[in-house]
Design a protein around this ligand. Structure first.
Ligand SMILES: [Zn+2]
Length: 421
């Protein structure tokens, strides 16, 4: 008798076990909640990040993670510019949708008025007398409309640079953007307002714009959230799993940046891993950290490395999860080339589990919360999944857009990798 039926039976049971390990409905529920209106894009208006922090703490409590720091919270403050009220733009009598049709520059100062425009094109930049006229007082109450920046940079590098840095002292700049609009968080006011408009929205060269922006600069209090599972064999040696929970918040009272892939998805997987290991147990202590203020410049993880709750020397490894909702094109490991043994160990786990189509390595990059840890000598890897997902730092990065196409596989891979130490 062939051993095939037994092998089939065995693999069936292994598959069943695998299906039990991760919990996609739970992760989806977490993502949906974190992207909801209640949390206002987990930024700096309507207490968005504070409410999200309370929600994550409640999840950690329910999972049974032991509180770290001050009842799970490591508090700190930082300066930030935010937009709690009006961000409105009307072009030649037409109201545009904030976030969809236009964005302001992060750190845009408050402004309220009606302004005429001056079109900056190659003909104007070619003509020295016309170009010099831009430096007259007339320009001071105008917005300069700049289209095809790349082309202008090639043809007139010095003059376009003077325009883009607003050496002509215009009221502000108006960019026509062919592709997507991308926003961010600023800690200081910018020197002048910049409005980016999607090109298809602008039928004609705009003549008059009406712009209202209420901007607020504040010292904002926030918190990292930390909970742990004590290791059975090596309680003093710690594997950290981290994911930032903040996002960009709101650009005015209408445009919400939900931050689904970035990074509700990473928080959901981190909590799901916490759930998994709270049942299964771990040889090493596992510390789960939801970092704050990543989008404002990795501020939560920087604060931790300067004020560690678990000393950095006790951290055996840090795995940072950010952008975890796809995976059709595999996973990227930032710092993979810095820590080749860890990378090989991860690839081995992937090959025996046949989880993701590819695992790739990159070098150092200050692009998420692993960065200050590895700069201070901690072995730290940053995982992000790759696939067909184009929303990023925009209003489209919402729960409905998530596919979770390789959620189960990437969860299993990371869980196996953690258990392999
Ligand atoms: Zn992120």
């Amino acid at each position: 008798m062939s051993s095939k039926p037994y092998i089939l039976l065995l693999s069936f049971f292994i598959c069943q076990l695998k299906l039990i390990a991760q919990n996609l409905p739970y992760a989806k529920g977490i993502c949906k909640m974190l992207c909801s209106d209640e949390f206002s894009g987990r930024g700096y208006v309507n207490d968005g990040d504070a409410l999200a922090a309370q929600f994550i703490r409640t999840q950690m409590k329910e999972i049974g993670l032991k509180p770290m720091a001050d009842n799970y919270f490591q508090k700190f403050g930082f300066e930030v510019v935010c937009y709690p009220e009006r961000v409105q733009l009307n072009v030649d009598g037409n109201d545009l949708f904030p976030g969809k049709d236009f964005i302001i520059n992060p750190g845009c100062t408050g402004i309220n008025g009606t302004f005429s425009t001056i079109k900056i094109d190659s003909a104007l930049l070619d003509n020295t007398s016309q170009y010099n006229l831009l430096f007259s007082a007339k320009t001071r109450n105008c917005f300069l409309v700049v289209d095809q920046v790349k082309e202008l940079k090639l043809l007139h590098p010095e003059r376009i640079n003077a325009i883009l840095t607003n050496q002509v002292h215009a009221k502000g700049l108006l960019y026509c953007k062919k592709e997507k609009l991308t926003w961010g968080v600023a800690q200081h006011f910018a020197d002048f307002p910049i409005v980016s408009i999607l090109k298809p929205v602008l039928q004609n060269q705009p003549l008059v714009i009406d712009l209202k922006v209420d901007a607020e600069f504040k010292l904002h209090q926030t918190q990292n959230i930390l909970g742990k599972i004590t290791g059975k064999k090596y309680p003093d040696s710690v594997i950290v799993v981290s994911a930032h929970y903040d996002h960009l918040g709101m650009m005015g009272s209408f445009a919400k940046f939900p931050g689904a892939n970035d990074n509700a998805s990473g928080v959901a997987m981190m909590l799901d891993l916490a759930k998994h290991f709270s049942k299964k147990g771990s040889d090493y202590t596992l510390l789960f950290v939801a970092f704050a203020a990543e989008e404002a410049g990795l501020l939560g993880s920087l604060y931790y490395t300067e004020n560690p709750i678990v000393p950095l020397q006790q951290i055996k490894l840090l795995l940072n999860l950010d952008l975890m909702s796809t995976g059709d094109k595999g996973m990227m490991v930032v710092n993979g080339t810095e820590f080749p043994d860890l990378f090989e160990q991860l690839k081995f786990q992937n090959s025996i589990g046949s989880y993701l189509p590819s695992i790739q390595a990159r070098g150092k990059s200050a692009n998420s919360d692993h960065y200050y840890f590895s700069e201070k000598g901690v072995q730290a890897l940053f995982f992000y999944l790759m696939g067909e997902y184009h929303a990023y730092h925009d209003v489209e990065d919402d729960y409905e857009a998530l596919t979770f196409s390789k959620y189960n596989e990437s969860f299993e891979l990371i869980a196996d990798f953690i258990a392999s130490f």
